[in-house]
Design a protein. Sequence first.
Length: 327
Amino acid sequence: MKASTRAYLAATALLVGTMHASADTGGLAAAEVFFDEGTKLLLEKKYEEGCPKLEQSLALDPAGGTLQNLAVCYEGWGKIATAYARFQDLRSMSKAASPPRTDRVQFAEQHIAELAPRLSRVELIMAQSNRPAKPVVTIDGVVYAEAAWSGIVIDPGPHELVVTAPKYDTFRTSMTVSHEHTRLRVNVPPLVLSPVQEAASVSPHAGLPLRTAGYVTASAGLAVAAAGGVFGILAMTTNSAANGHCDSNECRPGDPGRAQQSSRANDLRADARVFANVSNVALPVGLVAAAVGSVLVWQGFRIDRRSSAQAWRVTPSLGSVSLSGSF
């Protein structure tokens, strides 16, 4: 820590302590205790112990002096990215003060300029083609929006990256920034659909709509085929009836009522041709529909069997085997 920074912090500690004492109500008393202890540890370069105390003081009383000491503490600790962010907060807070604290603004800007070249970043690569909807990326519990994935500022040291998405298994990995001014690139593999969601996505009765459609189609086909058979029978009986009046296109000579029989025979033959035409269409169409319906029913049962197989999973564990599924 620079001597000028050390002297500045000591003066700030006295000033902030006086301000706390003059407005000591509720949480401010605790904030003052944390501030004094944290600043003392900071001046002793015990950053790992002092920074959490200053964080606690800032949470209880967001004072500029506390924020300044906390930023310096993180810088001394080697948490460059955290210190950089805190100095940015200090600059904004000091500019917004009434009147503005130009001394703290200059102090923050000096440290921001010194820290910027030392920053480390991690770049996340997640293919757009197989990316699930609404993935959530966290590093050490902090959520980062997609806009930041190209260069997340990160402190040196070990970190945990976690990627989650609805209905998918969590991806989790560790990474280490070995030194300052490091650029890491992490390729996030395609997330795997959760086994529970995978089983749930295929219902044990997923084939029911297909089987229902099959039953309806097959029933209608059989009905049409049956109607075609009936019309076929009607065609044959009507044609036989026509032949009963006449052997061919002309009635037998000498029959009484020859003209009447001829007319009746022609009418019956015309009806027989209509019945035959209906039968020739309805019978094959009905049989094809019945066959299609049967295939649909069969496919529905196949889907149900496959769904049941996916809904049950055997999970081995130490000394035992567990079976899980759904009804």
